[in-house]
Design a protein around this ligand. Sequence first.
Ligand SMILES: NC(=O)c1ccc[n+]([C@@H]2O[C@H](COP(=O)([O-])OP(=O)(O)OC[C@H]3O[C@@H](n4cnc5c(N)ncnc54)[C@H](OP(=O)(O)O)[C@@H]3O)[C@@H](O)[C@H]2O)c1
Length: 264
Amino acid sequence: MSLALHRHGPWAVVIGAAQGIGAEFCRRLAAHRFNLVMVALEDGELRGLAGGLEREHRVETRTVSGDITDPAVLARLEELTEPLEVGLLVYNAGFAVLGEWLDVPLERHLHTVDVNVRGPMRLIARFAPAMVSRGRGGVILLGSLSGVQGSPLLATYAATKAFTAILAESLWAEWRPHGVDLTAVVPGATDTPGYRSSAPRTGRAPMPAGEVVSAALHALGRRPWVVPGRTNKISGLLFRLLPRRLAVRIMDRILRGMYGPAVE
Ligand SMILES: NC(=O)c1ccc[n+]([C@@H]2O[C@H](COP(=O)([O-])OP(=O)(O)OC[C@H]3O[C@@H](n4cnc5c(N)ncnc54)[C@H](OP(=O)(O)O)[C@@H]3O)[C@@H](O)[C@H]2O)c1
C-alpha cells in the first residue's frame, strides 16, 4: 500500500461515494484514517455510510448530495472544502448509456461527457493546484477496459474512458516532479449496483469492488494506470496488441452478446 497520510491526507474527496466502487474507496480510506468529503446523487445511503464510518473509524466526514455536473452542487462542494486540506481526490462517478449511438438522444451522450470528462477536469482544476504547491497529494480517476478499444453499444462512454486514461498518463508525467501522484484504475466488469442494473447476459462473475480499490491504492505513487485482476490484465494487453479492426470486432461480439437483442 503506497498510501501515507503525510503525503495524501488529511482529507480525501470522493465523488460518487455512496455505492459500488466509490463506497469501497470510502471504507478503505476511512480505515486508513482519512477524513472524507463524500459526494453522491442521493442523500440517504450517503449519510448512512458516512455516519457508520465516523463511528467505526473515528474520522470526520462531510456529505454533499446532488449531481456533480450541477453548478450549485459544485459550489456547495467548493464552499465546504474551502477550509480543508484536501490531499486526495477520487473521481469515481460515472455515467453510461447503452445502445446504438444514433438511437441514444444527443443529450444523453453529452451528459456522459459532462460526468466522465468535464467533471474530473473541474475537480482536478479545483484541488490539484494546492497539492502541487504543497508538493504532495494524489488523484485517482476511474477508467474502464471498454476504453482500451472501440466498444460498440457503449461508444461515448468508452471514448470518455479512453480520454481519462490518456489524461491520467499525461498528468502523471507533469506532476511527478511536483510530488503529486495520479493513477487511473481501469476495471473490467465489477460487481456494483451500477453494473448489476445494466443486466448483462454473461456467465463470468464480475470482480468484487474491493479488488479494484486495492489495485488503485497500490498503484498510486507507482504507475499512471492499473488494470485490476490477472484476467483483466491479460485481456487488456491482448486488446492493445491486436490489430485495431480485430480488437473492435471482438469487442463488438462480446458487447452484443451481453447487451444486444437476445438471440433465442
Ligand atoms: N462496475 C463496473 O463494472 C465498472 C467497470 C469499469 C469502470 N467502472 C467505473 O467505475 C466507476 C464507479 O462505477 P460503479 O459501478 O461503482 O457505479 P455505481 O454502482 O452506479 O455507483 C456510483 C456512485 O456514484 C454516484 N454518482 C453517480 N453519478 C453521479 C453524479 N453525476 N454526481 C454525483 N454522484 C454520482 C452514485 O450516487 P447514488 O448512490 O446516490 O446513486 C453512486 O454512489 C464509474 O466511473 C464507472 O464508469 C465501473
